[in-house]
Design a protein around this ligand. Structure first.
Ligand code: NDP
Length: 297
């Protein structure tokens, strides 16, 4: 391996420490405790793990965590009534509705019912519009985490060729917007892109958010490029055990890239750290206070 390993786990620990410092200051100087409400509908096992982890880290950084677990057959009206209550609650600065929702619920409608100022996932249509027009918004956590690591590694990203593989609303599109905001020349690739290999080879920064195990080999990577692997894919490993891999073939890509994030231990830990950062940011904005430096886009 010749690439520098971008250690998302260690980076996330530093972000959490900054968040905890800021939370202490908010409490001591302003009597404020940032509060995050997480709403889980149903019993999706992966969602339960994420929600537990979010709650635990929220409390560890000194913030207040409010968990709302609703039955899988909860009606849209009941869920919207809960969101309205959370919107009005001054103890709560961030609201997250864990996705995916059961299929009888309209995710867009539910997300757009959240007060945009409390939309710490950054998925509300107002925040999407603000980000797209370069205005102050709540930035989706996973792309924000990727951006923080890129800025830390490179300093300025201005003028670099960035290729984002994947065009989802939660990762690919906001990632591309953020990179454009850093003055990168941005290409968004997807399942219909012609000659993806050639497109990827142009990238100084290659961000992969596809969800296909190890689909990108080392010879798609430009020598010296920075590879940010967002993909989390569970595959069968030795002895029938499952293991997690990214969208890129780690060994062959690490042999050519200048820097690379591992899976696990790369983008994943940064996502929750950025959720905590967004909650502190929302609390500061709600109270007209200075936002924590280095924790926003
Ligand atoms: P989506 O399924 O919503 O989007 C996948 C994107 O990949 C689509 O735009 C799709 O193109 C594109 N794609 C699919 N197949 C190909 C292909 N063969 N060539 C090129 N592009 C392709 O996924 P998400 O954005 O939600 O997530 C992507 C990955 O990131 C998943 O592995 C997910 O688990 C992971 N993830 C990780 C997070 C973290 O914290 N680390 C957070 C969120 C997601 P098209 O639009 O044309 O269909």
């Amino acid at each position: 391996m010749t690439a520098t390993l971008i250690d998302g786990k260690a980076f996330a620990a530093r972000v959490r420490a900054k968040v905890a410092d800021h939370v202490t200051r908010l409490r001591e100087e302003h009597g404020l405790i940032p509060g995050l409400a997480v709403v889980l509908v149903g019993e999706d096992p992966a969602s339960q793990v994420y929600v537990r982890s979010k709650g635990k880290q929220t409390v560890e950084t000194g913030m207040a965590s409010f968990e709302h677990k609703l039955d899988a057959d909860t009606s849209e009206a009941e869920l919207l009534a809960l969101i309205a209550k959370l919107n009005a609650d001054t103890k709560i600065h961030g609201i997250l509705v864990q996705l995916p929702l059961p299929s009888h619920l309209n995710s867009d409608l539910v997300i757009n019912a959240i007060d945009p100022a409390k939309d710490v996932d950054g998925f509300h249509i107002s925040n999407v519009g603000l980000l797209g027009t370069g205005q102050k918004s709540m930035v989706p956590c996973t792309p924000l985490g990727c951006l923080m690591m890129l800025r830390d590694h490179h300093g300025s990203l201005s003028g670099m060729n960035a290729v984002v593989v994947g065009r989802s609303n939660i990762v690919g599109k906001p990632m591309a917007q953020l990179l454009l905001g850093e003055s990168c020349t941005v290409t968004i690739a997807h399942s219909r892109t012609r000659d993806l290999a050639e497109v990827c080879r142009r990238a100084d920064i290659l961000v992969t958010a596809v969800g296909r195990p190890e689909m990108i080999p080392g010879d798609w990577v430009k020598p010296g490029a920075t590879v940010i692997d967002v993909g989390i894919n569970r595959v069968e490993g030795e002895g029938g055990k499952t293991r997690l891999v990214g969208d890129v073939q780690f060994d062959s890509c690490a042999a050519v890239a200048g820097a690379i994030t591992p899976v696990p231990g790369g983008v994943g830990p940064m996502t929750i750290a950025c959720l905590l950062a967004n909650t502190v940011t929302a609390c500061c904005r709600a109270n007209g206070l200075a936002e924590p430096e280095g924790l926003t886009a």
